[in-house]
Ligand binder design. Structure first.
Ligand code: ADP
Length: 571
């Protein structure tokens, strides 16, 4: 557009930054470079906090987790071509976990596309499998509308990933401020709002409550969709008024405290194997829940599914499906129950059976945990970490967990008492998420302690981001379970160690006793090397109270874990 003397000009970079800030974006994650550096600096000038990473993969994982933790789209900014491809890691992770996120990538000049321009790629086609909605402004005037559309689509219906493509020529166009303002107002008024209500009606709620009321062995299962919906109050009211035992999925842990007397976590096999009616709230009947099928579940179990996604419910074909927001539906269910209350009570045979089994399993585990095994197995350090985390009190630290054995053992030993305090490999079993998730958690809840408990392999994916922790002074303590490899040690049988490269290290192994704690010291952070209970206790006490970036390198016996954690059947 022609310059106009009465109103100052702004370019495409400033237009993008302005639209993002106006749409409520307050944090961005990414890696800058041609052509998007100025998008980042302009955004900072608009009051957006930009967290600059070393690697788009890790920044993308951060953006996806930020979306989950805050309920607002996490935004990842990358350069074109390879930057966009690295960013796909985060976008796909958001898509699979149903978390709101927007990937924004610069792209090559529109007129040079197709003749080998710098970092050229058809990015709209590339992101397609992982994007709910993609937009590409072809002129500066389309920027505000595109920005508002991608952000709106990321949170509407089932949350997920969206994509915004920014051609470099569009970023270099200019427009007058007055015209920009007009376009921003138009974009704001046409913004798709998140679905306020589902399609569920009173008769469906009555039917759900009637099924639960007449069940002999009812169970409620909830997952990270319920956590995303902030359904904790409704869930607590439901469990406490009906006395129905509950089972959280790994990331549903903490919606109700793991220590609650109706928690069936330690009696999981019994609870899912024997329940006759299961109310499943914001959790998919996918591999994590054994597809809702025998032999883990009884073949006669009646499922009542609560999900924001109609397609999800239709695919699972449950006895009853309630489409809508988990918090709202729990409120409707609680209201219906209040009209004619029922409660199983402690002496109900089902409640008693679950409680008995839980107590047995817990005391068996406690006996294992009570031993101080040195060199460390997984259990001894996990117990010490559990107690240190519990000692922090409220607000409870946000826990990030990944790795095979480390994540498996951590899931059963570590105790979650508050909602949305556990981030792990999730639906996709994504490894390498740890550092990104830690940074997202620290940025989403300023001041709150973040603790990662991860394997050396998970840590290694993006260990360079310890510099990012130090640079932004984030209160993150990374505990590395260092067993010298993926699953730990060289597990090959003697028949397998043959051929010309037999003297190479095993594909599962890393340098034994690597000094991971020194990586963070290179940037001025605090590193600890520990191998005994007292060393671990003092490193935790010091780093938790300092609330400064730290890495605790915990040396674990390389033969303590098992291959694939507890997923050998998939290997
Ligand atoms: P988990 O891994 O904890 O089992 P999943 O990611 O498999 O959880 O399932 C979460 C489900 O929650 C998804 O099917 C998603 O559509 C759904 N969901 C997302 N937001 C909401 C919401 N606000 N209310 C109800 N369900 C939701």
């Amino acid at each position: 557009s022609k310059p106009d003397n009465s109103s100052p000009l702004l370019d495409g970079n400033a237009m993008v930054a302005k639209a993002l800030a106006r749409a409520g974006v307050d944090r961005m994650f990414g890696v800058v470079g041609i052509p998007v550096t100025s998008v980042a600096t302009r955004a900072v000038a608009m009051g957006v906090r930009f967290i600059a990473f070393h690697n788009e993969q890790s920044a993308g994982y951060a953006a996806s987790a930020y979306g989950y933790l805050t309920g607002r789209p996490g935004v990842l900014l990358t350069v074109s071509g390879p930057g966009c491809v690295h960013g796909l890691a985060g976008l796909s992770n958001a898509a699979v976990n149903a978390w709101p996120m927007v990937l924004i990538s610069g792209s090559c000049d529109q007129k040079d596309f197709g003749r080998g321009d710098f970092q050229e790629l058809d990015q709209i086609a590339t992101v397609k499998p992982f994007s709910k909605f993609s937009a590409k402004p072809t002129s500066i005037k389309e920027i505000p509308n595109c920005v508002f559309q991608v952000l709106g689509h990321a949170v509407s219906g089932r949350p997920g990933g969206c994509y915004l493509d920014l051609p470099s020529d569009v970023l270099h166009e200019t427009i007058t401020e007055s015209e920009a303002e007009k376009l921003l107002l138009e974009a704001e008024s046409g913004w798709p709002q998140p679905n306020a209500i589902g399609t569920v009606g009173c008769s469906e709620i009555e039917a759900a409550v009637s099924l639960l009321r007449h069940a002999e062995r009812p169970l409620i299962v909830f997952g990270k969709g319920a956590a995303f919906a902030r359904a904790e109050n409704g869930l607590r009211k439901f469990v406490e008024s009906t006395g129905i035992p509950f089972l959280p999925t790994p990331m549903g842990k903490g919606l109700l405290p793991d220590t609650h007397e109706l928690a069936a976590t330690a009696a999981r096999s019994l609870a899912i194997g024997k329940c006759d009616v299961a109310l499943v709230v914001g959790a998919r009947l996918n591999w994590l829940l054994h597809f809702g099928e025998p032999p883990k579940w009884s073949k006669d179990v009646k499922f009542i599914l609560v999900d924001i996604s109609k397609e999800e419910i239709e695919m699972r074909n449950p006895c009853l499906g309630l489409v809508g927001d988990a918090a709202k539906i729990m409120e409707m269910i609680n209201k219906e129950i209040k009209n004619d209350p029922f409660c199983l009570g402690k002496s109900h045979p089902w409640v008693e059976a679950i409680s008995k089994k839980s107590k047995e399993n817990v005391s068996r585990m406690e006996a294992q945990l009570a031993k101080d095994v040195v060199p460390f197995n997984f259990l001894t350090p996990m117990r010490i970490i559990r107690d240190a985390i519990l000692g922090v009190g409220s607000p409870a630290p946000i826990l990030v967990s990944e790795g095979a054995n480390t994540m498996d053992v951590g899931r059963s030993v570590l105790i979650q008492t508050e909602p949305r305090t556990r981030l792990d490999a999730g639906t996709w079993g994504t490894m390498g998420v740890g550092l990104g998730y830690c940074i997202a958690a620290a940025v989403a809840s300023p001041g709150r302690l973040v603790v990662a408990v991860e394997g050396d392999s998970g840590f290694g994916f993006s260990a360079m981001e310890v510099e990012t922790l130090v640079r932004y002074k984030l209160p993150v303590v990374i505990i590395v379970f260092n067993n010298g490899g993926v699953y730990g040690g060289d597990r090959r049988s003697s028949e397998e160690i043959t051929g010309p490269y037999k003297d190479d290290p095993a594909p599962t192994s890393f340098v034994p006793d690597s000094a991971y704690h020194k990586l963070i010291e290179a940037f001025g952070g605090h590193g600890y090397l520990v191998g005994t209970p007292s060393e671990l206790q003092s490193a935790l006490a010091e780093s938790f109270s300092a609330r400064k970036p730290a890495v605790i390198n915990v040396i674990i016996d390389p033969y303590a874990g098992s291959e694939s954690g507890r997923m050998q059947h998939k290997n």
